[in-house]
Design a protein around this ligand. Structure first.
Ligand code: FMN
Length: 177
């Protein structure tokens, strides 16, 4: 597959993380940068303008409130040019079984018609959760491809293994690495 029309987009949170304490670079951010480097593709950070609390429990509450109200938080960075885009490697954490709401803000803002979306979800036990079904439901014109779930703690503690899984996933999806 030609990678020139591929974008890697990620949402990832620094701060207090499940089991591993405070982290300087989020699990998804690490994987997204690895994917971008493997594919020689540009990378876009999906970040909420208002951000999230450093404290895990506080962040959990804020995330749940946003999800319950189906919010679309404003993004910190201008949207990338999505004209001509064919494939999107979408890296995000499982938050309450769903995607963090800024990811929806991002997807609402780009042209997802016919876009091949490859979900790369980090989690702490629930895998992709409902995220792939949520994506298919909200963006029926996008082609949501089978995703991959990678444990967040494995990214921090056994990075080589997590990166190898990602590489294998992208290769099997047909990307040229
Ligand atoms: C607000 C919040 C909700 C979460 N909900 C779940 C969940 O429902 N299931 C799960 O397996 N992990 C859950 N997690 C754990 C994250 O998915 C996991 O730590 C992930 O690797 C974080 O990625 P990041 O460092 O890129 O932000 C949650 C974490 C947060 C902060």
């Amino acid at each position: 597959m030609d990678n020139s029309r591929t974008l890697v987009a990620f949402f990832s949170r620094k701060g207090e993380n499940y089991l591993v304490g405070s982290i300087k670079e989020g699990n998804g951010e690490i994987l997204a940068k690895e994917a971008a480097s493997m594919l020689s593709a540009p990378v876009y950070e999906i970040a909420s303008e208002k951000g999230y609390p450093e404290d895990y429990e506080e962040c959990s509450k804020a995330a749940k409130a946003e999800r319950d109200s189906n919010e679309r938080p404003s993004l910190r960075f201008p949207l990338p040019d999505s004209s001509g885009l064919e494939s999107l490697i979408l890296v995000y954490p499982n938050w309450w079984g769903d995607l963090p709401m800024p990811v929806y803000t991002f997807l609402d803002g780009i042209n997802t018609d016919g876009l091949m979306v490859y979900p790369v979800c980090t989690h702490e036990g629930n895998g992709l959760g409902m995220t792939d079904r949520c994506l298919s439901g909200v963006y029926p014109k996008a082609r949501i491809m089978p995703g991959i779930a990678i444990r967040g703690t494995s990214v921090q503690e056994n990075r080589a293994d997590a990166v190898a899984k990602l590489r294998d996933y992208l290769e099997k999806a047909g990307f040229t690495l």
